[in-house]
Design a protein around this ligand. Sequence first.
Ligand code: FES
Ligand SMILES: [Fe+2]
Length: 405
Amino acid sequence: MLRDEQIRLLKGLIHYQESGTNVDAGGIIQNPSSTYTCEERFEKEWNTFFKNYPQIVGMTGDLPEPGTFFTREDFGMPLLATRDEKGNFRAFANVCAHRGVIVENEAKGKKVKFSCPFHGWTYNNSGKLIGIPKPDHFGEIDKSCYGLTELPCLEKYGFLWVHPSPKGDIDLDALFDKRLNDDLEAWGFQNLVLTHEEEYITEMNWKLAIDTFGETYHFSVLHKDSLFNDFHGNVQMFDTFKRNARLTLCTRNIDVMKLEPEEDWHICKGAFPVYYFFPNIILNVSGEGIILVREYPLDNSPHRSVSKVSFYFWPHVIENLKELGIDPSNIEENDTAQANDIHPYSGFGEIIRDEDYVVAAASHKGLRAGTLDFTTFGKNEPALHHYHNTYREALDLDPLPLIKI
Ligand code: FES
Ligand SMILES: [Fe+2]
């Protein structure tokens, strides 16, 4: 994050915290419950936001060197992502040109050849068909016409985007604005090292998972014995970048940091930035690394979703952990004081799974009961105003009016 922006955000948080105020959306909005429960709506959002929208599928650290790969099946198009021998990020439909079988079934690894489990057609990590058992049965086959179908992809600022449609377009200028580009460029996310991944399946609409990240009003209640120990609740800064947004949460350490000279301030000393990348990505940033959360509907249902949570650390943090004899890929189990010094949010995955998603699933159940026509977003929850009105704009729905209070 750019230095001026860090200072602006930290000063804003200090002001809110000291004055007992918070960012103010100017009113409340009422969000129809059908947003989360309607099957017809679900169909529309699946086609618009998943099958036909550029997807952030991971970070540069997911493909750390040539020959690495990963697969995904989250948005209707089976994906095989590779880093080819030139170091380029490539994306393919993970679909065999022979009879359509999923070619690679491992979630990730290092492999330069991918052999289909059915008849053994083999592809390299540039998607080229390089081997057919008993080729004489296929006559004069032109192998160049039988490669894996390539998908549009882009690697920028440490993010990996894929468009699920071979004819799709990833236009970063349309998705982001200059402020966001500058902000992301300054972080250096391409240096992050992936340590571990988790996934949580929950009986709730995928957007309820997203909503739990959109405010800190709940910290003093739901997280009173966990995050509230480290964060001031109901204090945040909020910024929008086209369809995307950034909430900046206020850590209790800001009380110490603000006594230091301003040149020693750092955004991660007193704050915890949370980026919303429309439509389904939440990126949580700390001085130790990032936690990338990808939210997807599951089983073609508005009532089920999966959260894919990936943990990445800055390289110097990995070194510090190793020096302490702590396996970075086991950080969640290494809940020691030393590990917590280095990575104070090591229990983050458990907190969202056991606290946030539990209430979000309860909310889904409550909304399906059909007694509430709408849910309400307070004036202190501008990220939810912005997200849901952006979502509606993208689906050609009327915006939810602000009810001034
Ligand atoms: S379906 Fe892949 S080799 Fe036959
Ligand atoms: Fe929460």
